[in-house]
Design a protein around this ligand. Structure first.
Ligand SMILES: Nc1ncnc2c1ncn2[C@@H]1O[C@H](COP(=O)(O)OP(=O)(O)OP(=O)(O)O)[C@@H](O)[C@H]1O
Ligand SMILES: [Mg+2]
Length: 317
């Protein structure tokens, strides 16, 4: 087949204007086959607009989208994609089972296969007991789980999820990710947007950060950390009495001697590059000045720091 080696998604210079508002201002990225990509960005960054464009729900102003090498509006592309939208798209006056059957038929799942898929979906959503109840009467988290099941029932090769775990309890969230891992192991590529940075950190191979319609970062967590906040660790030690004067940590190796701590505080903070080498001299210096260390925390840079570094502290909208 010609497109055997094409990536799952290939997006070039994607633009979307809503009148004068530029929601997407030239977005480029690739989703590799089998990859799990997390899309992050402040409110209004353009994440939903992008997902809707990828799913063919909104027409881009410019740019190209290729799905497994096929143009976006081809049958091949349509069949390959599964969308779990941010705004719930369910039939409230149908039961859970009826919704699942309706979406399955819509996606062309053969009837015999469909029964199995519906049973599978009811199992991982934990909604077996509510299979015959009308969806309109469900809690927000339950609706979201049905919404998710409807989007992945046909086992698409590429799954687009727009904030799939909003309002979902920790147990269900775990199940959702176990289910996504299963589909991923079977070869599905996953693109999800989320505001849960811990989720993105643990559940993705690569991160793309969108801000004001542009990609402002694209890489693995390690790459993003290194190119923004760096790999140094923040170390905090609690001491048994207020510090009288800053502590001098002697130099060694490539490190010069330095001073830490603020007089009057019972907490000393510093940054070190290499925990194995630099931590011991720091603690020894604190003890040498006559303080007992009662507690210690070491903070590695996280996606949270990267995100704030890149997108700032200002509210967006
Ligand atoms: N149908 C629409 N008509 C007009 N403007 C729109 C429409 N959809 C989105 N926008 C605008 O496009 C911009 C991007 O919105 P979008 O929903 O893509 O952001 P988002 O990154 O998904 O945000 P959130 O994290 O809040 O879900 C916003 O300024 C929004 O107001
Ligand atoms: Mg959104």
């Amino acid at each position: 087949m010609i497109h055997a080696e094409a990536p799952a998604l290939e997006i070039v210079n994607l633009r979307k204007n809503y009148r004068r508002l530029e929601a997407l201002r030239g977005v480029d990225f690739v989703l590799q086959r089998g990859e799990r990509l997390a899309f992050l960005g402040p409110n209004g960054a353009g994440k939903t607009t992008l997902i809707r464009a990828l799913a063919g729900r909104t027409r881009p102003t410019a740019g190209t989208i290729k799905v497994l090498g096929h143009p976006i509006h081809s049958i091949g592309a349509r069949q390959a994609l599964g969308l779990v939208p941010q705004d719930l798209a369910l039939y409230g006056d149908l039961t859970t089972r009826e919704n699942l059957f309706a979406f399955g038929k819509f996606h062309g799942v053969p009837r015999r296969e469909l029964k199995k898929r519906v049973a599978w979906a009811l199992d991982w959503t934990g909604l077996k007991d509510r299979a015959g109840d009308l969806v309109a009467g469900f809690s927000g988290g339950m609706k979201r789980r049905v919404n998710l099941a409807c989007g992945v029932l046909h086992r698409p090769k590429i799954i687009l999820l727009d904030e799939p775990t909003v309002g979902v309890d920790p147990q269900s969230r775990q199940r959702i990710f176990t289910m996504l891992d299963q589909l991923n192991e079977e070869g599905a590529s996953i693109l999800l947007t989320t505001h849960h940075l811990d989720e993105a950190e643990q559940r993705s191979d690569r991160i793309v950060i969108l801000d004001q319609g542009r990609v402002i970062a694209d890489g693995t967590i390690d790459e993003l950390v290194l190119s923004t906040v760096g790999h140094s660790r923040l170390v905090k030690v609690r001491i048994d009495r207020p510090l009288v004067a800053p502590v001098t940590v002697p130099g060694g190796g490539s490190v010069r001697s330095y001073q830490v701590g603020i007089a009057g505080r019972e907490m000393i903070e510093t940054r070190i590059d290499d925990v194995a080498v630099d931590l011991a001299p720091f603690l020894q210096a604190v003890r040498k000045d006559g303080y007992m260390v009662s507690d210690m925390e070491v903070h590695a840079p996280s996606l949270h720091h990267v995100f704030l570094h890149l997108t700032g502290n200002e509210l967006r909208d």
